[in-house]
Design a binder for this molecule. Structure first.
Ligand code: ADP
Length: 194
């Protein structure tokens, strides 16, 4: 299996690139943010719980997020691999994912981290907020909080994969196609070494 963690701060372009990567490599895209938003729209119990955290730009509790992610993986028993987008966002989530995949006889192949400067992130998120309908993109304070949560709680997850020699940084500035090509080069390089 080819299991990729697509990593990077809010606004780095993970969702856009994930959509392109899944069709090229025949993978299943699991975006925890998207799954939460579907639940909020459907007014499920999970959605109601997640909403207050998301609206403030804070993380949904690990226990809830991990359980949800595992359920989504289990819905795709035929998958050739997954792109995890927005997960893991804490070291606890990374450890849980590792144990869960190990139980299935597989593991994370590589973490690809999109590298984008903070000023550019805020610009992109505010622009997205104009038409995405996402409450967390419309307010600069919430955006700043998401970036600060990323720096405080999420950035360390890179060390977890770095220690396993699975971390690869990719320049996230340029056109969608340019960034996509960089990601493909990284994935193809990994596949050759497999
Ligand atoms: P972005 O990366 O642009 O912030 P996402 O759609 O990935 O957007 O996430 C939106 C929100 O969903 C986060 O701010 C957080 O509240 C919640 N969320 C998504 N993934 C996780 C996760 N792995 N753990 C906890 N909360 C999460």
């Amino acid at each position: 299996m080819l299991n990729i963690v697509l990593f990077g701060p809010p606004g780095a372009g993970k969702g856009t690139q994930a959509e392109k990567l899944i069709s090229k490599y025949n993978l299943v895209h699991l975006s925890t943010g998207d799954i939460f938003r579907v639940n909020i729209k459907g007014e499920t119990e999970l959605g109601k719980l997640a909403k207050s955290y998301m609206d403030g730009g804070n993380l949904v509790p690990d226990e809830v997020t991990i359980k949800m992610l595992e359920t989504e993986v289990d819905k795709n028993p035929q998958a050739e691999g997954f792109i995890f987008d927005g997960f893991p966002r804490t070291t606890t989530q990374a450890e849980a994912l590792e144990a869960f995949l190990k139980g299935k006889g597989t593991t994370i192949s590589v973490m690809l981290a999109l590298d984008v400067a903070e000023k550019e992130l805020i610009k992109r998120l505010l622009l997205r907020g104009q038409d995405s309908g996402r409450a967390d993109d419309a307010n600069e304070e919430v955006i700043t909080n998401r970036i600060s949560v990323y720096n405080k709680q999420t950035a360390v997850v890179a060390d977890f994969y770095s220690q396993q020699n699975k971390f690869q940084k990719v320049n996230g500035i340029g056109s969608v196609e340019e960034i996509f090509d960089r990601l493909c080069v990284a994935i193809d390089g990994y596949k050759v070494s497999m």
